[in-house]
Design a protein around this ligand. Structure first.
Ligand SMILES: Nc1ncnc2c1ncn2[C@@H]1O[C@H](COP(=O)(O)OP(=O)(O)OP(=O)(O)O)[C@@H](O)[C@H]1O
Ligand SMILES: [Mg+2]
Length: 612
C-alpha cells in the first residue's frame, strides 16, 4: 500500500505537497462542518433551558455562526478538492507520459504482442482510476475517518455517561464490520473480482465471435462460456449477499438507531439526577449527530477497496512497461556494406519456454535474395524480425556489413532496412500520406514511379479522389491484396538497400497474385533480400532457399538441389503443387458439370458431393 502511494507521489514531481495539503484541508473541512451541530445544540439548550452556558450570545447569533461554519465547511471542502484535483491531474498526466516514453523505446516486437488498442486501454483506464482515487476518494476518506472520531469526542465532552454508552454500538458495529471484511469477506472479494474479470473476458470474446456465429448461423447459446460466467457471477453475488444479510441488517439497525437506544439511558440519568431538560437537549444532539457515524463508517469501509484498485492500476501499467527497452549503442555506427550474417542466433520470446529460433546461421551476400520456407509456426517471421531488431537475439549475432545490428544507430537501421510484413497496416489517412510514409520528402515524380512499379495505378484511378482518398472513411476500403500493393509502393519509395519481406499467407486471386509478384520483383531488384515465401512459385528467383523447421535451418540450397535431396522441401513442394492443381482443375466447367449431375438427384450441398 505504501509503495503504491509512494509511486503515485513520485509522479507529482515537485508538487508533492499538494496531496498532504488536500488531505489536511479535507480533514479541517470535516471538523468545521461538525461545528454547526454544536451551535444547534447551544440553540436548543438556550431555547429549552434559557441557559446560554455563559457565552452571552443570542439564538440568532448562534444561528448565524452555524450558517457561517456550514458555508466555511463547504468552501474548505471545495478548496481541498481543488488541491487534490491538481495533484491527481499531475499524476494522471505524468503516468501517461512516463508510460508512453517507456513504450516508445520498447522493441518493435512488443507491439506484436500488445495491440495499440490494448496499450491505450491499459494506460487510459488505469490512469483514470488513479485520478478518481486521488482526486475524490482519498480526500473523502480522510474526512470520513476523522468525522466519527471528532463526533465521538464531542459526545464525551457534552455528557461522558452517554459517551460511554455510545461506545457499545460503535464496538458492536466495528465487530460486525471486521466479520464482514475479515477472512471470509476477503475471500468473497477475491472471488467477486475473479468472476467479474472472467465475465468481462467472456463478454469480449462473445462480441469478437459474433461474425463467426452469424456466418455459421448458430444461436447465441453457442456461447456457453459467456452464459456460464454470468451464472457463476450471479450465484457468487447471491451467496455473498446472503452471507452479509444478517450482520448487515444488525449493523444498519444499530448504527442508525442507536440515538433511540439511548432513550432508556436518558430515563435512568433523569431518574438519578432529575435534570430533565439538559438530558433531553443532549439526547436531541445525539439524534442529530448519529447519521454522521453511519455514513462515515460506511465510507471508511471502502478504503481498502479503493486502495486495492489504485494499487492494481499502478501494477497493470508497470506490467505493461516491464519489457526491457532496446539498449541504445554507446558508440553508434553506420552501415556501409549490405551483406547480412546470422551467426548461431537463438531467440526465445519473453515469457515463452521454447526457443523460437535455435542456433541459426546463414550469410546473404550483398545483392542476393534468400528465401525462407517452412511450416506454419516454424519460426520464419521471427528470424526475419531479428534483422530490423524487432527483438534482440539471446545468443549469437546478426550483422549487416560486418556491424552488429545492436551497434547500429536505430534511425540508420530503420533507414537502411525496409520491411513489409504479413499483416500490412495502413493508416486511416490519405493514400498519398500512406505511401509517402516511406519518404516524406519524395517528389511527385518519385511517388508516381513508385505507384507505377507497385502496380497501384489501377487502384488509384478507380478512386474518385485518387491519391487524396482517405482510407477507411466513407466506405473506401481496400482488399488485402490491394493493401499489400500500397505497402509495397511505400517500400519502393523508401528505396532501402535491404528488404525484409513476409508474404501474406492468404491466397490472392490470380490477377492480384500476378500484380503482387510484379510489384515484389520491382521492390527487390538489385537489393539484398530476406523473404518469406508462402507461395512456393514466387521463390524461383531466389539465390538460395532456407528450409526452416522448428526454429532451425534443416535444409538449404537451390530449388533444384532441394527437390533432388528429397527432404522437407520436396514434401512442402508436393503439397503446394497439390493445392495449386486443386484450384486450377476446379475450373468453371467442372463445377457446372457437377451441378448438372446433381439436378437429377436430390439436392445435396456441392462440397459433400465433391469426393475426388
Ligand atoms: N509475439 C510472440 N510472442 C510469443 N511467441 C510467439 C510470438 N510470435 C510467434 N511466436 C511463436 O514463435 C514460433 C514461431 O512463430 P513465427 O511467427 O516465427 O512462425 P512462422 O514460421 O512465421 O509461421 P507462419 O508461416 O504461420 O507465418 C511459434 O511457435 C509462435 O507460437
Ligand atoms: Mg510468419
Amino acid at each position: 500500500m505504501l509503495t503504491t502511494l509512494k509511486q503515485l507521489m513520485s509522479y507529482m514531481g515537485k508538487r508533492k505537497f499538494l496531496l498532504p495539503m488536500a488531505l489536511i484541508t479535507a480533514i479541517i473541512s470535516t471538523l468545521v462542518s461538525l461545528l454547526p451541530l454544536v451551535f444547534i445544540w447551544l440553540i436548543i439548550n438556550q431555547l429549552f433551558s434559557g441557559n446560554d452556558l455563559g457565552f452571552n450570545y443570542s439564538v440568532a447569533q448562534y444561528a448565524w455562526w452555524a450558517m457561517g461554519m456550514a458555508i466555511s465547511g463547504i468552501a474548505l471542502y471545495f478548496f481541498a478538492l481543488m488541491l487534490s484535483h491538481l495533484a491527481a491531474f499531475r499524476v494522471e498526466t505524468n503516468m501517461r507520459r512516463s508510460a508512453m516514453k517507456k513504450i516508445i523505446h520498447m522493441p518493435l516486437g512488443f507491439f506484436d504482442n500488445n495491440t495499440s488498442g490494448k496499450i491505450r486501454k491499459v494506460i487510459d483506464d488505469n490512469a483514470s482510476i488513479t485520478h478518481s482515487f486521488l482526486a475524490h476518494q482519498l480526500p473523502d476518506l480522510a474526512g470520513s475517518m476523522v468525522a466519527p472520531l471528532a463526533a465521538f469526542v464531542l459526545i464525551f465532552v457534552i455528557d461522558w455517561r452517554m459517551g460511554l454508552a455510545t461506545l457499545v454500538p460503535i464496538i458492536i458495529s466495528m465487530l460486525i464490520m471486521s466479520f464482514m471484511m475479515g477472512k471470509k469477506g476477503k475471500h468473497f472479494m477475491e472471488l467477486y473480482m475473479t468472476s467479474l474479470e472472467e465475465m468481462n473476458t467472456e463478454a469480449i470474446e462473445y462480441v469478437r465471435g459474433i461474425p463467426v456465429v452469424k456466418v455459421f448461423q448458430q444461436t447465441v447459446y453457442s456461447f456457453k462460456n459467456f452464459h456460464n460466467s454470468i451464472i457463476r457471477y450471479r450465484d457468487m453475488v447471491i451467496a455473498y449477499t446472503n452471507n452479509c444479510e444478517n450482520p448487515l441488517s444488525i449493523y444498519t439497525v444499530i448504527i442508525h438507531g442507536f440515538a433511540y437506544l439511548l432513550i432508556p439511558l436518558a430515563v435512568i440519568i433523569i431518574s438519578f439526577n432529575g435534570e430533565v431538560i439538559p438530558t433531553i437537549v443532549n439526547l436531541l444532539f445525539y439524534i442529530l449527530i448519529t447519521p454522521l457515524f453511519a455514513s462515515s463508517i460506511m465510507k471508511s469501509m471502502y478504503l481498502n477497496q479503493a486502495l486495492g484498485q489504485a494499487e492494481e492500476a499502478v501494477n497493470r501499467v508497470n506490467d505493461l512497461c516491464s519489457t526491457p527497452p532496446l539498449k541504445p549503442s554507446s558508440n553508434p555506427q553506420s552501415i556501409n556494406d549490405y551483406n547480412i550474417d546470422f551467426k548461431d542466433v537463438s531467440f526465445t520470446y519473453p515469457g515463452s519456454k521454447n526457443k523460437a529460433v535455435d542456433s541459426v546461421s546463414f550469410s546473404i551476400p550483398k545483392g542476393q535474395t534468400f528465401a525462407m520456407v517452412g511450416e506454419s509456426g516454424s519460426g520464419k517471421s521471427t528470424i526475419a524480425k531479428l534483422l530490423p531488431r524487432f527483438w534482440d537475439v539471446d545468443m549469437g549475432s546478426v550483422t549487416i556489413g560486418g556491424i552488429d545490428v545492436k551497434e547500429v544507430d536505430h534511425q540508420e537501421l530503420m533507414k537502411k532496412v525496409s520491411f513489409v510484413f504479413q499483416s500490412t497496416r495502413l493508416f486511416k489517412t490519405s493514400l498519398r500520406e500512406n505511401i509517402c510514409y516511406g519518404k516524406p520528402s519524395a517528389t511527385e515524380q518519385e511517388i508516381e514511379k513508385a505507384i507505377h512499379l507497385a502496380q497501384c495505378n489501377e487502384i488509384i484511378d478507380r478512386l474518385p479522389l485518387g491519391l487524396e482518398t482517405k482510407i477507411g472513411t466513407e466506405g473506401t476500403y481496400l482488399s488485402g491484396g490491394e493493401q499489400q500493393r500500397i505497402a509495397l509502393a511505400r517500400a519502393i519509395l523508401k528505396d532501402a538497400p535491404i528488404i525484409v519481406l513476409d508474404e501474406a499467407t492468404a491466397f490472392a486471386d490470380p490477377e492480384n497474385e500476378h500484380l503482387l509478384q510484379k510489384a515484389i520483383k520491382e521492390l527487390t531488384r538489385g537489393k539484398t533480400v530476406l523473404m518469406i515465401a508462402h507461395r512456393l512459385t514466387s521463390i524461383s528467383n531466389a539465390d538460395k532457399i532456407l528450409v526452416i523447421n522448428q526454429g532451425t535451418i534443416s535444409e538449404s540450397g537451390s530449388h533444384e538441389y532441394l527437390l533432388a535431396s528429397e527432404g522437407i522441401y520436396l514434401r512442402l513442394w508436393n503439397e503446394y503443387q497439390k493445392a495449386v492443381n486443386w484450384t486450377i482443375n476446379r475450373d468453371i466447367e467442372t463445377v457446372l458439370q457437377e451441378v448438372s449431375e446433381q439436378d437429377s438427384r436430390e439436392f445435396t450441398p456441392l462440397f459433400i458431393n465433391n469426393k475426388n
